[in-house]
Design a protein around this ligand. Structure first.
Ligand SMILES: Nc1ncnc2c1ncn2[C@@H]1O[C@H](COP(=O)(O)OP(=O)(O)OP(=O)(O)O)[C@@H](O)[C@H]1O
Ligand SMILES: [Mg+2]
Length: 614
């Protein structure tokens, strides 16, 4: 396992562009997910109307105070605000009317805020859901090599945790819009009161924003550290859960717990560093605003501004401050989560990824043969060649054994047949048609596969068998289970076929797990059955019984058996012998032995039935 450092995505550009690039990453991501087109404009309108209601409400509160303190005439003298106050005084017959209006405005603003929150959270959750579903779909459709290349912890983190960040980032983004709207409306009202006060306030606010911009880079780098720490923690969690048996068997509990607590401490430290950074926003904005207010009050005499106007401006500025603070917090939050946004975006981006060819030609049976034609294969550009000019046939309706030493490339051939990977060069033919041209869904529907390491999943025994065919009835699944020798051990369990398989099926013996895998393959009723050492853990009697049941079930259909057991090899129609990624020979068992002294010596000399190394 490798230690995952915080990704080095620290921006090289200036601080301002750092924040902007976080926003543009978010916008790029939002553009990729489904959401109603009306949402952002609707939220802007709501934000504007609600800010307007708030500002008018505050102005009326001022009017109320002026009226109560006999300052109306002093306030009426100056600018647009004076005009507004003059008008307003004539609208309201009494202070009760005024108070009622203020109350209505506050209620209106509250309702608008409620509507806004409901829309933005509904959309945020929908975005999150859409992102989750896309990532999940991506995992299932992108090339198998891409999934294999990524660590499981990373795939889990992106799907399970980071996809949720999108909703909160979207909420932050819409709050940014609202904050900006509110700031605009407040600044408009301030301009109505006094131009010099507004200019002072705007310059002061810009200064505060410039200082806070310097937080964007550290925020992204802390965000990246948090991401790295979480991934490392995720890896340790997976190792503990998946390797539970081995860890305990080798007495490695302390070591693994120490590694976990170290990673846990690292996660705490990086989260704390991020929180400490965010904590600066509040005090800095408050201090900055207080300085602006003091400047305005001090300069009021110099500008000959009346007390009433100064008070009005100060009240408006005081209400403006939370919007500025929230705007800065949201910008910082979006910068912090940028690493997560980027990895989600990288995961759902389709342009830079490969997808297995879906193929279009329908295929529902194998009539003549499957042919490997000069197939070369390696698991990656920098990986050694595993198959080297491999050419052989698998005759239809017959049983073929694929034999060879461990690491010879047998399972790789199965992987190519399952279209998990494609040949680097050469091709595979199905009755003369290239495999990649055949409809992939049709093709895999024809195949039943069981392997040495049966991939049991969380669920019951029945769920695991029925993975092969979701339309199968319970009776069919149980019949398949009987053929594979599953029924004889499952029926004695407390919950029978409803018994929970549990973590990786460790609740069952190796042979029992293999039998569940065989039942799954039998239930498929495949035209082409692949058994990749699928009975290696069964005793001879059981293997003979299951094999006989499968032979009867598969009569006249195609089978590919990979085995190290000589007894099994002797009974097949056709052998393909592969070693070191090259075909050494193929043909009926007797012919092949006669032609190949090396193979004959293995058959002839071995007392054991294991054909382990050619
Ligand atoms: N996902 C993978 N990525 C990289 N290399 C791989 C991968 N899977 C297998 N290999 C390599 O390919 C070679 C062939 O492996 P393969 O599993 O096909 O052997 P095999 O013949 O099935 O062996 P065995 O009898 O032990 O099951 C091995 O050297 C193996 O290390
Ligand atoms: Mg293998």
């Amino acid at each position: 396992m490798t230690e995952v450092p915080g990704e080095d995505i620290a921006p090289k550009a200036a601080d301002r562009s750092a924040a902007l690039s976080s926003l543009s990453d978010l916008r790029k991501l939002l553009a990729m997910v489904d959401k109603p087109r009306w949402t952002t404009p609707a939220l802007i309108v709501l934000g504007l109307v609600s800010s307007f209601a708030e500002t008018v409400g505050i102005t009326l509160i001022l009017l109320f105070l002026y009226t109560a303190s006999g300052q109306v005439s002093a306030a009426q003298g100056d600018g647009l605000m004076g005009q507004f106050l003059r008008e307003a005084v004539s609208w309201f017959g009494s202070t009760t009317d005024l108070a009622l209006m203020i109350l209505l405005l506050i209620i209106a603003r509250g309702l608008l805020a409620l509507l806004y929150t409901r829309i933005s959270s509904a959309i945020g959750e929908r975005i999150s859901e859409s992102v989750r579903n896309r990532i999940h779909k991506q995992y299932l459709t992108v090339s198998y090599a891409f999934v294999q290349k990524h660590e499981q912890a990373e795939l889990m983190e992106v799907l399970g945790t980071e996809s949720w960040v999108i909703a909160s980032a979207y909420a932050g983004f819409t709050r940014l819009i609202i904050n900006s709207c509110s700031i605009l409306v407040f600044v408009g009202f301030l301009l109505g009161i006094s131009v010099p006060i507004t200019l002072t306030a705007v310059s002061g606010t810009l200064l505060i924003a410039t200082v806070l911009r310097f937080f964007a880079n550290p925020a992204r780098s802390f965000g990246s550290q948090v991401k790295g720490a979480h991934r490392l923690l995720g890896e340790h969690m997976l190792v503990t859960l998946q390797g539970m048996r081995t860890i305990r068997a080798y007495g490695q509990e302390d070591y693994h717990h120490r590694r976990f607590t170290d990673a846990s401490a690292r996660a705490r430290e990086s989260s704390l560093a991020m929180l400490r950074l965010s904590a600066w926003i509040g005090p800095l904005t408050e201090i900055g605003y207080l300085a602006i207010l003091c400047t305005i009050i001090a300069a009021a005499g110099w500008w000959h501004t009346s007390f009433a106007i100064t008070l009005g401006a100060v009240v408006l500025l005081y209400r403006l401050q939370p919007h500025v603070r929230e705007l800065e917090s949201n910008l910082l939050y979006i910068a912090q989560v940028q690493p997560q946004l980027r990895s989600v975006w990288e995961m759902i981006e389709e342009q830079d990824k490969e997808y297995p060819a879906a193929g279009t030609l329908p295929v529902d049976a194998l009539h003549e043969r499957l042919a490997f034609c000069n197939v070369d294969f390696s698991y990656g550009p920098d990986q050694p060649r595993v198959l080297d000019g491999v050419t052989f046939d698998i005759p239809a309706g017959k049983t073929t054994a694929l034999i060879g030493a461990s690491g010879a490339g047998k399972t790789t051939i199965v992987n190519l047949l399952l279209r998990l990977y494609s040949p680097v060069s050469g091709h595979i033919e199905v009755d003369g048609v290239r495999l990649e041209d055949c409809c992939r869904t049709d093709w895999v529907r024809m195949i039943g596969v069981a392997g040495q390491d049966v991939d049991l999943v969380e669920g019951t025994v029945l769920d695991n068998i029925m993975m092969a065919r979701e339309d199968a009835t319970e009776e069919e699944a149980i019949a398949a289970a009987r053929r594979a020798g599953v029924a004889e051990f499952v029926e004695n369990l407390p919950y029978g076929f409803e018994e929970w398989v549990g973590q990786e099926g460790l609740r069952f013996s190796g042979g029992q797990r293999q039998r569940i895998g065989l039942a799954r393959a039998i239930l498929r009723r495949p035209a082409f059955m692949i058994l990749d050492e699928a009975m290696s853990a069964l005793d001879r009697d059981l293997e003979d019984r299951v094999r006989a049941a499968i032979d009867t079930h598969m009569h006249g259909r195609t089978m590919l058996i990979i085995t190290h057991r000589l007894e099994t090899v002797k009974t097949v129609d056709h052998i393909v012998w592969i070693d070191d990624g090259k075909v050494q020979g193929s043909g009926p068992p007797a012919d092949l032995m006669a032609r190949s002294p090396r193979l004959a010596s293995i058959f002839g000399n071995r007392k054991s039935d294991a054909l382990t190394s050619a």
